[in-house]
Design a protein around this ligand. Structure first.
Ligand SMILES: C[S@@+](CC[C@H](N)C(=O)[O-])C[C@H]1O[C@@H](n2cnc3c(N)ncnc32)[C@H](O)[C@@H]1O
Length: 222
């Protein structure tokens, strides 16, 4: 296991039956329908870090050919039982090292790449670029922003990545990568960023971590 690999953390989390999200993320549904709706037959897509499979029924309902790569063997074996038709399409692996080859129309990440450090994210985006069709789309959801209160906490791993949060929403996280607009655009230099939005919420009852903020984006392979 490499030090970048979050498998142990996520195996423990899913083994304790935590973070078992099974309802599709509503922002992701809106983003796909607005900016990346499958329009062709034989539409191939890859989800990075599918977790407990929250988004799978939504994508299957669109009739796409769905593939996923996920670090946790614990959750993947549960997904293989739940979706037997995807047994040879959901892989255990580190998406920052290698992707199932696919000539994809769409690659989607909802809250997974943000668990990795900057260099690993750069590697993954290069792999995504290699595996997308010309004009293929990358949809990234819930990439944490440097506006999050937690950005100033935790130990510095690299300029944009923090580990060992003492408290707050990321206390159980292996690591969290945060971005500002310039950093995001730099990460996606090989893509054309077509849509970028920042979602910010401020809690009136959490003095320690009042602000949660994250980016959603749609980028096209140049
Ligand atoms: C917060 S969960 C999100 C799950 C899912 N995308 C969703 O929207 O419900 C993050 C997932 O990303 C996976 N993950 C994080 N880094 C990974 C990596 N380098 N390779 C493969 N999977 C990874 C974790 O195992 C975890 O299941």
């Amino acid at each position: 296991m490499t030090e970048n690999h979050p498998q142990q953390t996520w195996d423990k989390i899913y083994g304790r039956n935590e973070q078992i999200c099974v309802w599709p993320w509503s922002d992701l549904v809106s983003m796909i329908m607005r900016h990346a709706k499958p329009e062709t037959q034989d539409f191939r897509m890859l989800e990075l870090g599918c977790g407990a499979g929250a988004n799978i029924p939504f994508f299957l309902s669109l009739g796409v050919e769905y593939y996923a790569i996920e670090s946790s063997g614990v959750i993947v074996s549960r997904l293989h039982k739940k979706f037997p038709e995807l047994e040879d399409k959901i892989f255990v692996g580190d998406f920052t090292k290698k992707l199932p080859s696919g000539n994809y129309d769409l690659i989607v990440d909802r809250g997974s790449l943000t668990n990795n450090k900057t260099e690993a994210i750069e590697n993954c985006l290069q792999l995504c670029h290699d595996q997308l069709k010309p004009n293929g789309k990358f949809v990234g959801m819930d990439w944490y922003s440097t506006l999050c209160s937690s950005y100033s906490q935790g130990q510095i791993e690299d300029d944009w990545t923090r580990i060992n949060f003492p408290r707050g929403p990321f206390v159980d996280a292996f690591r969290v990568h945060f971005s500002d607009k310039e950093h995001l655009l730099e990460l996606f230099t090989k893509f054309e960023v077509r849509h970028l939005e920042l979602r910010t919420t401020k809690s009136e009852f959490n003095d320690d971590h009042p602000v949660m903020a994250s980016w959603n984006l749609v980028a096209t392979k140049k």
